[in-house]
Design a protein. Sequence first.
Length: 331
Amino acid sequence: MDALWGSGARLGAHTGLPSRYAPGVRPLLLLLFAASCTPAKGPPRPLDAGVFNSERAWADLMYQVELGPRPAGSSTLEETRSWIFGELEEMGLTPVREAFQASTPFGAYRMANIYADFVSDTAPPEEADILVLCAHFDTKTLNFRFLGANDGASGVAALLELARVITDQGPRPMTYRFLFLDGEEAMRRTWVDPDNTYGSRYHVEELAKRGELMRVRACVLLDMVGDRDLRLTKDTFSHSDLLQVFFDAARDDGLGAHVNGAPIPIKDDHLPFQRAKIPACDLIDFDYGEGNEHWHQASDLPSNCSAESLGIIGRIVLLGLPTVEQRFARR
């Protein structure tokens, strides 16, 4: 991910009815259309946030770090990918290896995302709304030993534990897609488009090819969520209403100190979804250490992260997801 000063475009859509309907029919159609767009009555079915196991998430973070650096195209990244695949299988899911060839400034690289769907109980699998939860599992290619405890491992660890918790509690109104992304990091030292977000761009392209873009109602990205002093940045490129759901959930649960950090536009894996008009937000703490001193540095180590922070982000996400289901579903 990268940060820059600027402002993000607000995305939206407009739907209307043709004027050719007869006078007696049009009001009825408008009434039916309005009813179909009305949010569901009553509170959304909650998720039990108290069962998020921060120690198990921490063990997942440590497993990745102990593999060593995990840059694109490396054997350690393939080992990470296989491990994620196996963890999803243990949850009873059917993971998909989404392989592709990325054209980078240093030539072609073979990359692959991993995702698994936890299918909704309210619609046929091919019709259900989809809610994407994602994180990247690659680490930055650097000229020193970069272990990426926070930038890479923390998002994956939190997402795996979220997947366990959500699948254990039964199907939801939306299909949940747990998406682990390859190639988020720029291959060069600096972030210059299009040398970044290879995996998320490919996944969105595939959604478009399969005609699934309209089914994906929201995307929630987890990145750099293990900082010992966790406070989520107010990313101005994120869909503001979607981001606010999680910030409100945090404040309502007494976790307000961990949200509403500095407003900064963050370039990350949520942007390909935003460009495809899918509401997306980046849950990220882009102030890692004093003045972001540990970002893309050898000091991005477990000693500068904590299991407590993983537990906090897990709780915030689980508390906010039912509201996302209610507000962003097709009606």
